[in-house]
Design a protein around this ligand. Sequence first.
Ligand SMILES: [Zn+2]
Length: 359
Amino acid sequence: MPRLTALGGFDAKGPACFLLEIGAARILLDLGCGPDHAARPAIPPEGLGPLDAVLISHGHGDHVGALDWLDRLGAPAVFATEPVRSLAQDPQLRAAKPLETLDRIGGEPLDIGAAGHAPGAVWMRIGGPGGLLYSGDLCVEGGVFAAARLPRAAAAIFDCSYGAAPMRLADQRRVLLGAIGAGPCLLPAPPAGRGLELALTCLAAGHAVALCPGTRQVAQRMCEGPDWLAPGAAQALAQLLQRTAEATPDIPFQGVIVAGGPNCGSGLSATLAPRALRDGVPIVLTGHLAQGAPAAAWVAAGQAQHLRWNVHPDLHSLREMLAQVCPQTVLPAFAPAPLRRALAEALPAPWATSGTLTW
Ligand SMILES: [Zn+2]
């Protein structure tokens, strides 16, 4: 009987790490750290026994940040897509093998498809229609990164980071632009994620936009390999690069500045945000407020604003995912218990109530 064990990512926001045992295969799905307080997966010091591979859904820290534990896991092969490998800072992730050309793992069929959420982000199905579908982090609303329809699977792990939140990204765009007003404004965001979506939205609304070097680098890299982009996005990103300035640590606060470091603890936002606070320039955070990072404290103190920008499925998307996959059992990942309960009420489905699936 196939078995899926959440070693992280159940009943909490991250770290993503799931052990799949199916047929003769033993596969780890992601090996993340954080996002809160650098939390680590529940992996015993002696490891997990023999593993066929570690399959990486995308390059965010809460999915890859514990790759320094590979040795204690017996140094299994790591697979990731080309954009994830080429944009990685971590040498172990840069040296990963190509996931896109892997069609079997441990004797089981493997299918992957674009998940929309970040450069090279994928969902994966291991074991065919009777196997497991892992959504990774998934968002079909962004319009920058490609997103493919999900296949059927007997069991599933769905990204339920927002629980039953119903707000659509189109509405969130309007709210954000209203909050920015005439500017200036600082938007901290991950370069390999919603930073590009925020910049395109602000540019389209007529704002002067500056991008940190890391965000520009991701745009450049994605234009070079447009297979991972949504229709029309390559052209939009090329225009974005032409029409935006490069943000530097001493840039004057004019227009909208999109700066790497979603919680102001890293990247250019770590330098610009304290300046913005001092100068009274609005800061709008749009992602998960990581506990222990500066942004959460500023929002709690009313010094910065927090407005959600969907990079995970909303209620509408989760309903569509269920209709596509038709799972017999589905693990609601990355959602604390109150969000899981709200989701189960809003959207009836065979939601698992523990971190283990069998089917
Ligand atoms: Zn992510």
